[in-house]
Design a protein around this ligand. Structure first.
Ligand code: PRX
Length: 658
């Protein structure tokens, strides 16, 4: 029989990282910020916790409603109805409201193409284009509730297509333009989309990818699709099929620019976005209109403390949730000016981002740790040769940021004057859940800090009881929030099992975490990435952080393989900065470094040098592949989402071979 202590040994996640550096918000920032101190944050958090209806209801008051709601929340675990009885239109709130105000001639979208082309769409012009395209959708027979798949590169028309869907009450299903024909077929069939909107091609690193050919291949097996609308971007050769394919510009030529937004109910579905689960087919995460609108807009306002003179740049593709909430809806609902860049961060060379920031005087940059680590590897000189002093706030999202990468972002990009908002959230949460408020929260490298007001996030043990300070556990959300997913499209059972079966009446995020003595939440990675080594469960991201904090290391991924004695052994795949060579001496130094940073328990049992790590097209390391390699030295599983197949070859080399 296991004793209590033994049980704790297997169930609790051991957290062994300690980060002592702390950065208060710069006084100049706090003075002007909406929330300028921790006291203000605490007061707001407490008020929202005590009376969530007033808190969320108050935020909802700021929008245009055709009819006001009857109740803020109706909750029948795990199904929510937010602002029930109300009717609104998110496109009206994101576009018309500003086009009808002094912001009519303010830039909504500043677009830069990969070859340096520039386009600016004011709110007035965006309104005209979206209204016209909404009429195109009507001509194509799209009715409220119909699903529309969008498969386009990063051009303003992608945003126009998304907003036009919302305007007519259609449900958009954006499919990232890096996905294959098979992935499109799967997503289109699961959502039974009637229409696909695509481009002829999209530019990438000086070349182009023919998207229309991929759609042609995909729709051989999609019986629900009635038509395809094609935007001309690259002008490359494509085939247009009579009766099925239509040019965007031809249809726009027929459409008037007067279009009434459709009045939809609060819970009217807004979009489906597919995300990978731990196994099986992708999950269609369903978000609905009013609740999503309220949280996407208000979280954007608080976390980025947006001002009318900001130039805000989120580098995410609209094909991901970050692109939905913080490239399109959040900024536009706030009447902000957003920058949209079509291409790759290293095209034509590694200074493209910093060059863009300098030329457009970008004030807020929101990007991902994987990009930051790539920039570190490329070298500081690409950044420092540009004047990026316009920046006032930096953000990160998508995965834990290693403290050393955070420090580099702070020092080299933020020039030690910009607060960093490390924002934790998920496709499922619709909006940011845990994040510093830049004028209030002292930050520590590597933590997303505290939950936003209204978000009851906590770290609990397996039985649902809260963990003590620094005790590793499971990140849960204890109360519904407006932008929560409503279900997995067409699969309520999977929705209930994935998110609501692990803990009683709490949403389970799938992430391991700990709360430190200040109540700051440290994400320890997905629970699937948590390994049990000698009875201690370790977050592999913590070991990765330790490795990356070593001078020679550019990037690291740590996975486990079964081990007879320890239960699991840790295998680290390590990419070195260009000027370093991997050898036995460096391996030993790295092991000792990890032992010093975390403790001997976390020492990788094996270190493999990797020229690159296998990543999905969104930049996430495919740990599943690494686990397979670490265990059997071969890959049997699905690799269709892998960005670069070349990286797999050199990863097979075992430790004793170099
Ligand atoms: O594990 C967490 C990690 O990314 C997961 C959500 O992935 P996705 O749905 O693709 O959405 C990414 C963009 C919101 C989370 O369960 N994650 C996201 N942000 C952070 C993070 N891990 C640590 N720190 C973050 N800031």
């Amino acid at each position: 029989m296991a004793t209590d202590d033994n049980k704790k040994g297997t169930d609790a996640i051991s957290s062994v990282m300690s980060e002592k550096r702390k950065f208060p918000p710069p006084a100049a920032f706090s003075e002007k910020a909406r929330i300028g101190s921790m006291e203000e944050y605490e007061t707001l958090y407490k008020a929202a916790a005590e009376d969530p209806d007033s808190y969320w209801g108050g935020l909802a008051e700021e929008f245009h409603w055709f009819k006001k709601w009857d109740s803020v929340l109706e909750w029948d675990t795990p199904y929510a109805k937010w602002f029930n009885g109300g009717t609104t239109n998110i496109c009206y709130n994101a576009v018309d409201v500003h086009a009808n105000s002094w912001r009519k001639n303010k830039a909504a979208i500043i677009w830069e193409g990969e070859e340096g082309e520039q386009r600016v769409l004011t709110y007035g012009e965006l309104h005209r284009q979206v209204s016209k395209f909404a009429n195109v959708l009507r001509i194509a027979g799209i009715k409220p509730g119909d699903r529309v798949a969008i498969y386009m590169g990063m051009v303003p028309e992608l945003v126009i297509a998304v907003l036009a869907c919302a305007r007519v009450g259609a449900v958009h299903n954006v499919i990232f333009a890096g996905f294959s024909a098979h992935a499109i077929t799967e997503r289109v069939n699961d959502s039974r989309a009637k229409l696909i909107i695509c481009c002829d091609g999209t530019r990438r690193r000086g070349g182009s990818i023919n998207l229309k050919n991929i759609v042609d291949e995909a729709i051989v097996n999609t019986p629900s699709v009635r038509s395809v609308i094609v935007l001309k971007v690259t002008g490359e050769e494509i085939s247009m099929h009579d009766g099925m394919d239509h040019w965007w510009h031809d249809l726009m030529g027929l459409a008037s620019d007067e279009s009434e937004p459709v009045e939809v109910e609060s819970e009217h579905p807004l979009f489906v976005l597919y995300t990978s689960g731990s196994t099986g087919k992708p999950k269609g995460i369903l978000h609905t209109t009013a609740g999503y609108m309220v949280h996407a807009a208000s979280s954007f306002r608080y976390v980025f403390d947006i001002r009318d003179d900001d130039i805000y740049w989120c580098t995410a593709d609209v094909g991901w949730i970050t692109g939905h909430s913080y490239m399109v809806y959040g900024p536009l609902l706030n009447g902000a000016t957003l920058l949209m860049y079509e291409g790759a961060p290293n095209y034509p060379q590694w200074d493209r981002f910093w060059d863009i920031i300098n030329r457009h005087k970008v004030t807020i940059l929101y990007t991902a740790p994987t990009a930051i680590r790539a920039f570190i590897r490329a070298g500081d000189e690409w950044v420092t040769k540009h004047n990026i002093s316009s920046l006032r706030l930096l953000g990160t999202v998508g995965e834990p940021i290693n403290p050393e990468a955070w420090m580099w972002y702070h020092r080299v990009v933020g020039q030690e004057k910009c607060p960093i908002v490390d924002t934790w959230w998920q496709t499922e949460t619709g909006g940011i859940m845990v994040s510093p408020l830049p004028g209030a929260t002292p930050t520590k490298p590597g933590t997303a800090t505290r939950p936003l007001p209204g978000i009851m996030a906590d770290v609990v043990q397996k039985d649902g009881t809260p963990c003590g300070p620094n005790e590793g556990g499971y990140l849960v959300i204890k109360k519904p929030w407006p932008s929560m997913l409503r279900t997995i499209y067409g699969d309520n059972k999977r929705y209930e099992e994935t998110y609501w079966s692990e803990f009683h009446d709490m949403y389970f995020t799938g992430d391991g975490a700990r709360k430190d003595e200040d109540g700051y939440i440290w994400i320890m990675g997905r629970v699937d990435d948590v390994v049990n080594v000698s009875g201690h469960r370790l977050g592999t991201s913590e070991v990765e952080s330790a490795l990356v904090s070593y001078e020679a290391v550019a990037e690291a991924a740590v996975v486990s393989r079964p081990d007879d004695i320890k239960g699991n052994a840790l295998v680290a795949f390590v990419t070195l900065k260009d000027e370093y060579e991997g050898d036995m001496k460096l391996r030993e130094a790295l092991r000792n470094h990890v032992a010093k940073e975390i403790g001997p328990i976390a020492k990788p049992d094996e270190i493999r040098w990797a020229k690159g790590l296998p990543k999905t097209r969104s930049g996430k390391i495919m740990r599943r592949l690494l686990r397979e390699l670490a265990t059997s030295n071969e890959i049997k599983g699905d690799v269709t989402t892998l960005e670069d197949f070349g990286v797999l070859e050199n990863l097979r080399e075992k430790e004793d071979e170099s």
